[in-house]
Design a protein around this ligand. Structure first.
Ligand SMILES: [Fe+2]
Ligand SMILES: [Fe+2]
Length: 374
């Protein structure tokens, strides 16, 4: 159990005493004990959610419960183009096998990383960056210590990003690809923090879904012409729901593209499932998501809401992107799911400070995401 989980285990147990029913509580008393988000202090997770737009469900013409069939020609073209993207190198699959083990260790992971000098340099660079270095401590030059500082999952994200083939044909597109990676790494950190706090979701799964949920957007940026991307941006900027705009302009969505890329890169099957359902929480009730994915999808949704809350001063760059800042419709999630299922301490100021601290670290890691708008 990590130090974070220990602290939160203790704090959330304190919070649970006031928010959660005991095992013997009847269904009737559960309703009376559920904390109302609108009654939570502003500096709490409940306060963050209370400040979200009041519409609980985002309206979309694109029906995720019955997605339209892809035209055969478009599907064939999409598959053949995706197969031109290089596969993920073997070393990434080796690293995933290690991380899938419940007793995965920094030493074992370090031994694999040490075989690759570029990866080694990248891990050391990130761990000694201002986002991770500890004031007064000396520079780390040894991989097991670097992994211990970053944590296994953050190390895995750095590795994934370093090994993934470079996508984006023009310099302008590569900028947008960079922005999507920064978004995914930020959401991954927050989803992982939620997983550590609720202990209802594997931390490694939380990290993976955060990192990979939007990889289909990278495919779109890589495959489509500047003209097509400009049309897509115009449609999204004019208020069309992003998935609907993608389907109308390209004939497929970033969900379709993400699933095909995950198959091509031989990512774990659960990653394909995560990608398939990652927008369901925006428009559909949680019951529309398979039971085994519900905690992950809700945590991912919540991570987006938390990120949007703390990123009110988000980048001017967002306005130049195809998918500008807040276009992807993540709904304010069902509050009883957060308290009763995820069991997050929504009234806790300490938990809020933890989220705030993680966002501060993200701001240091990715300042481009937060350039103040003038
Ligand atoms: Fe998405
Ligand atoms: Fe996202």
């Amino acid at each position: 159990m990590s130090w974070l989980a220990k602290i939160f285990g203790k704090r959330s147990r304190e919070s649970e005493r006031s928010t959660r029913p005991s095992r013997t509580t009847t269904r009737k008393s559960v309703a009376t004990q559920t904390v109302q988000i609108n009654a939570c202090p502003p500096n709490s997770l409940g306060g963050v959610l209370a400040s979200c737009p009041s519409s609980l469900r985002h309206n979309s013409a694109y029906d995720l419960s019955k997605p339209p069939r892809l035209n055969g020609e478009i599907l064939k073209h999409l598959r053949s183009k995706i197969h031109e993207i290089p596969p993920m190198p073997e070393i990434w699959h080796k690293i995933q096998q290690i991380l899938e083990q419940p007793d995965a260790s920094a030493g074992e992971l370090g031994a694999v990383i040490a075989q690759d000098p570029i990866l080694t340099a990248q891990i050391l660079k990130v761990c000694n960056s201002s986002a991770y270095s500890v004031p007064g401590s000396s520079e780390i030059s040894n991989i097991p210590l670097a992994i211990a500082r970053l944590g296994l999952d953050e190390t895995s994200n750095v590795i994934f990003k370093s090994l993934a083939p470079e996508l984006g044909q023009s310099e302008k597109m590569r900028q947008q690809v960079r922005y999507i990676w920064m978004h995914c790494q930020s959401i991954s950190s927050l989803t992982r923090l939620l997983a550590e706090s609720c202990q209802k979701l594997e931390r490694h799964d939380a990290s993976l879904i955060g990192m990979l949920h939007d990889i289909g957007k990278l495919v779109i940026l890589n495959l489509e012409t500047d003209e097509k991307l400009a049309q897509l941006k115009t449609a999204i900027d004019s208020g069309t729901d992003a998935l609907q705009a993608e389907y109308e302009q390209l004939g497929y969505t970033h969900i379709d593209a993400g699933v095909i890329l995950a198959l091509h890169w031989q990512l774990p099957k659960k990653v394909q499932h995560f990608i398939s359902y990652h927008h369901h929480t925006g428009t559909l009730p949680v019951s529309a998501i398979p039971k085994e994915l519900q905690h992950a999808m809700m945590a991912l949704n919540l991570a987006h809401l938390i990120f949007d809350h703390f990123a009110k001063d988000a980048s001017t760059m967002a306005s130049e992107l195809v998918w500008s800042g807040h276009c992807c419709g993540f709904a304010r999630v069902n509050e009883s799911f957060i308290t009763d299922e995820l069991q997050l301490p929504i009234e806790s100021a300490a938990f809020y400070r933890q989220l705030e601290g993680e966002v501060s670290r993200i701001k240091i890691s990715f300042p481009d995401l937060f350039e103040a708008t003038e």
